[in-house]
Design a protein around this ligand. Sequence first.
Ligand code: PMP
Length: 300
Amino acid sequence: MTDEQWIFMNGEFVRKEEAKISVYDHGFLYGDGVFEGIRAYDGNVYKLDEHLVRLYESAKSIMLEMPYEFDEMREIIAETVRKNDLRDAYVRLVVSRGVGNLGLDPASCGTAQVIVIAEKLALFPRELYETGLEIVSVATRRNRPDVLSPKVKSLNYLNNILVKIEANLANVSEALMMNNEGYVAEGSGDNIFLVKDKVLYTPPGYVGALEGITRKAIIEIAEEEGYTIKEEPFTRHDVYVADEVFLTGTAAEVIAVVKVDGRVINDGKPGVETEYITERFREKVKTDGMQVYIQEAEVG
Ligand code: PMP
């Protein structure tokens, strides 16, 4: 493991301490940009292409011109993991509109800035992956999807930050937000699943949650394993009386929820179906994606 952390910034690797951006960058001034969180497991960048497709689609949607082709971006991610000598990593890919003037007009910005950070990250303390999380539902509503589409993974995360602040105030690690109609949408940075009578439930995209890549992976695994999956809206009541609840996300991975708004879920321990699905997920993350080190050996 190299002692130094190298950040990819617009075509070159710079040391973490020197990785600085202009105060005129519109990502900083206005949250104008897009991003992805990606994970590598034992040298395999899990679902890399799915993440890049979402990034390029988000960029297209906000008319942000990506300065790199898709394949170049794949190689940049791989190179950042290798440069930092990491086999297991969380990779943050940020593309901001670039440096402009103080006005919000993106026309004043030059080329988009591309930053890739790779480091080790466990979102929640390790023991919570064994014991499960306590969460609360909060007053902050999910942005309406017809106002700001959750399909655009933009740098505008204030909505989610407000949820996190409410979680902090309640002394828990994660919180659930509802949509405007009161249906459960998602956590501040993860999707939610319920298990009830062996059926898996997760809110459909139109409820307003981000259609997470881990969510999709879990649906695929559950289908392979013969579970019935229902993408349909549900309320907090359904969460309280579920047999099992778990959250999914690239940073969060798969984590059981054992208490919601003071209601203990089942017996207060991660459920058997959650554990089974998590195991299957853990088996797949090392293969389904882009091998970073094998590729290097083949090239070299
Ligand atoms: N919802 C939100 C709001 C998120 O930020 C994330 C993390 N990207 C997720 C869900 C989970 O998505 P994914 O599985 O693609 O990481």
